[in-house]
Write a protein that binds this ligand. Structure first.
Ligand code: NAP
Length: 251
């Protein structure tokens, strides 16, 4: 699928799903910008893929705006914005502080708002654009010990549906991809938390996470990146306002 002539910005592009999205869009001929807070992982993925790397915290709108200006100077107007940055610490509900709750909403929900609001006008001007969020099955169902994350990801799906209605006549589509559990650094943190809390080994901890997936497996990051590519293809022009579950039928 050719992405030639398109500039895609991927937040959280230095690891996990974001890095795979950078690989697949770069292979498709897109100009790719990856963002995140840590420079070293961004630099490594930039070296591998030819992407342009710029540090930014998606919760800080001013910092993000500066990073996006740097990205435009390098790669031109932005045509695809993929809000992928996220974090999912596990904590029992009674121990969650207000600060924990706000921090989860900041990265998992406001970070999506910040990226999309900062980039949608140039897409409207071009008459074509794609706003994509890497949400989660946690946006479609509940999971224990991640209440702020579930609340934020449900919010991402509400944002997606609202904007799909509002921007539908502008040549933009707005969609959320909702993967089940995937083997990334984020999941490895969850597995370590389960092992520490329950005393089970890594295999058993992984099995508890995939128990809800009828295919009994982790989702491959390549499936998520491929879905994002498809959403940018002509074949998906009418796909707008969806929360696409990639979960083997879990939800
Ligand atoms: P990951 O490798 O930990 O990726 C998260 C990325 O987000 C990191 O590159 C991180 O880079 C970046 N990030 C975190 N906070 C940020 C902030 N404030 N500003 C900018 N960047 C920030 O884990 P992943 O699994 O690939 O996660 C990617 C997305 O997939 C997340 O939205 C996650 O919720 C979603 N997801 C994951 C799973 C799963 O099982 N792994 C399942 C469903 C959905 P820095 O730390 O350098 O900033």
């Amino acid at each position: 699928m050719s992405m030639a002539g398109k500039h895609v910005v991927v937040t959280g592009g230095g690891s996990g799903v974001g890095a795979e999205i950078a690989r697949q869009f770069a292979a498709g001929g897109a100009r790719v910008t990856i963002m995140g807070r840590r420079e070293a992982p961004l630099r490594a993925i930039a070296k591998e893929t030819g992407a342009f790397a710029v540090t930014a915290d998606v919760t800080d709108r001013d910092e993000l705006d500066v990073a996006l200006s740097t990205a435009r100077a390098e790669n031109g107007p932005i045509s695809i914005a993929i809000a992928n940055a996220g974090a999912a610490p596990s904590t029992p509900f009674r121990k969650i502080t207000g600060a924990d709750f706000r921090a989860s909403l900041a990265v998992n929900l406001e970070g999506v708002f910040n990226l999309w609001q900062a980039t949608h006008e140039e897409m409207k001007t071009a008459g074509w654009g794609r706003l994509i969020a890497i949400a989660s099955t946690a946006g479609l169902k509940g999971y224990p010990y991640v209440a702020p994350y579930c609340a934020a990801k449900h919010g991402v799906i509400g944002l997606t549906r609202a904007l799909a209605q509002e921007l539908g006549r502008s040549g933009l589509t707005v969609n959320a991809i909702c993967p089940g559990f995937m083997d990334t650094p984020l999941l490895q943190d969850s597995i370590r938390t389960i092992m520490a809390g329950t005393g089970v080994d890594k295999d058993a901890a992984t099995k508890t996470l995939i128990a809800g997936n009828p295919q009994k497996r982790l989702i491959d990051v390549a499936e998520v990146a491929g879905t994002a590519l498809w959403l940018c293809s002509d074949a998906a022009t009418s796909v707008n306002g969806h929360a696409l579950s990639l979960s083997g039928g879990e939800v």
